[in-house]
Design a protein around this ligand. Structure first.
Ligand code: UD1
Length: 422
């Protein structure tokens, strides 16, 4: 487990970096495997800690999960499993809640630990539960667990109050084997949801509209195991866009899907970071003699700027010409890393959902702590534009979502090393 990442200044970056499979897709594809019996294969699976946690969760239920090749998972789902997600694992990864829909659908019952709050503040699951209730499920809350039952899930029309990614996924996975038609209105439109729908469709599900705000699902009786390749990780790709933005230079993000990154590429363009789709993926460049320009950024559900990109924008704005205002519209309190950037000499003030970032010409390397996956990565990115050495502690957070982050940056010429413990 990487404990510390050490970043020393270098010149502009250059080269090629391969973008892995999307964490936020793979975790849901793994959960969706519970809907079938037999052997499924998921390809383009990154070697990250969150995938290990989801594997542990499936294994704890009695599922067999192996990695026959570096980026491939072979999952064998037996006839009988224990439909339970224990607290020790849900507490380590909130995304575990997406097993609720598939477990209910396949076994008619599920016992899932209630996820607590995290560094982003409270993360309720009321929309997941209300949607499943509309489909006939009942819930009891006992001893920190949700005990869910549904003898037969029934198709229903569900209007989400907010296009929640997790709620859309749970309902989609519950609906594919429900009796009748389910319509999810105001559904989340993230590419990872379209990927999940394509996995389910190949299993035999009938889904129309995934990737748009209305998804219609016609329940089927049985699904078949399949072989599926996950979409590339647009958040990892954006992290490398930001790295080139901060350090200058140019890079090819091999395997990135430009069409999943339209809005973020446009914003980076406004800041002076050029991108262009290319045969291999996405090309990015910023001439080192051209300064970054400040912009305002507000997070919104897809296709808007994702919450996960926000710390990267703050890192870029910290070094840009002018003042940028960053507004968080999705999660409360996702600004903890700002204090760390301030310790590196950034001029940032936060007020409720807003951060006012006044660019400075140079940051100064310092010991900082990674508070979560994306903010941790953003601190490493910011350190590429700092004088002197930056040591990012608690770097294991970064390994939850990034495979060999330091190694990939080194491949672009950055001086980034990793110290491991254990
Ligand atoms: C997913 C992503 C996360 C990303 C987020 C938003 C994974 C593993 N995680 O998280 O990286 O930042 O989408 O793009 O895929 N909410 C409720 N009630 C609910 C559900 C959600 O109030 O029942 C609220 C949340 O507190 C939050 C907002 O809705 O304020 C968005 O949450 P949601 O889209 O569900 O995010 P996640 O699926 O948890």
């Amino acid at each position: 487990m990487p404990e510390r990442i050490i970043v020393r200044p270098t010149g502009p970056l250059s080269g090629r970096v391969t973008i892995g499979g999307a964490k936020n897709s793979v975790l849901k594809l793994m959960a969706a495997s519970l809907l079938v019996r037999g052997d499924v294969t998921i390809r383009n699976v990154p070697r990250i800690v969150d995938v290990e946690i989801m594997s542990d969760l499936l294994v704890s239920m009695g599922v067999d999960v192996r990695r026959p090749h570096d980026h491939e998972l072979a999952i064998h789902v037996p006839d009988d499993i224990v439909p339970e997600a224990p607290y020790e694992l849900v507490e380590r990864m909130r995304a575990s809640i997406v097993v609720l829909g598939p477990l209910l659908s396949r076994f008619g019952r599920a016992r899932v630990a209630l996820p607590g709050g995290d560094d982003f503040g409270p993360r309720p699951i009321d929309m997941h539960l209300r949607g499943l209730e509309a489909m006939g499920a009942t819930f009891e809350n006992a001893h920190g667990y949700i005990e869910a039952r549904a003898d037969q899930l029934l198709g229903a029309r569900v209007m989400l109050e907010f296009p929640s990614v997790g709620a859309t996924e749970n309902l989609l996975m519950a609906a594919v084997r429900a009796k009748g038609t389910t319509v999810i209105d105001n559904a989340a439109r993230e590419p990872e949801i379209a990927d999940l729908a394509s996995y389910l469709t190949r299993m035999g599900a009938h889904i129309v509209g995934a990737g748009s705000s209305t998804i219609e699902i016609e329940g089927v009786e049985e699904l078949q195991p399949v072989d599926h390749t996950a979409v590339p990780d647009r958040i990892e790709a954006t992290t490398f866009l930001a790295a080139v933005g901060v350090a200058g230079g140019e890079a090819t993000l091999v395997g990135a899907r430009p069409e999943h990154m339209d809005m973020v590429s446009q914003k980076f363009g406004d800041m002076g970071v050029r991108t262009s789709p290319c045969g291999e993926g996405l090309w990015v460049s910023r001439p080192p003699d051209q300064p970054l320009r400040s912009v305002d950024v507000a997070t919104l559900p897809y296709p808007g700027i994702a919450t996960d990109y926000k710390p990267l924008f703050v890192a870029l704005l910290a070094l840009a010409d002018g003042v940028g205002i960053v507004t968080e519209n999705l999660f409360a309190g996702r600004f903890r890393y700002v204090d760390e950037l301030v310790r590196m000499g950034a001029d940032i003030r936060t007020e409720g959902h807003h951060a006012v970032v006044r660019g400075v010409p140079r940051l100064s390397g310092a010991p900082v702590r990674a508070p979560d996956i994306r903010a941790g990565a953003a601190l490493v990115v910011a350190a590429l534009g700092a004088e002197g050495e930056t040591v990012v502690t608690d770097a294991w957070h970064i390994a939850r979502g990034y495979e060999d982050f330091a190694g990939k940056l080194r491949g672009l010429g950055a001086d980034v090393t990793c110290e491991h413990t254990g």
